[in-house]
Design a protein. Structure first.
Length: 82
């Protein structure tokens, strides 16, 4: 995702007098887009495809569990002599 799209979004925010916005893409942001948001006054959070997938996993949205693993630890009380 390039900076022209981010510039349009920033302009739309300004038109609504918004100071913050979230821009989500399933792809990635170009370095020019990242540089642009670091130079403007509006706070724009960029969420790329990798971050979106991680957020979906973290918050259990649109995902299904495939496998679960059981972790075990040694029960030291079992081995103590009485």
């Amino acid at each position: 995702m390039g900076s022209p799209e981010i510039q349009k979004f920033a302009g739309a925010l300004q038109g609504q007098r918004a100071k913050k916005g979230v821009f989500i893409t399933t792809s990635a942001f170009s370095q020019a887009a990242l540089d642009y948001i670091s130079r403007i006054d509006s706070k724009i959070v960029l969420i790329d495809g990798d971050m979106l997938a991680q957020l979906m996993i973290d918050y259990n949205i649109g995902v299904a569990s495939v496998a679960a693993y059981e972790l075990k630890r040694i029960d030291s009380d079992y081995f103590t002599e009485e």
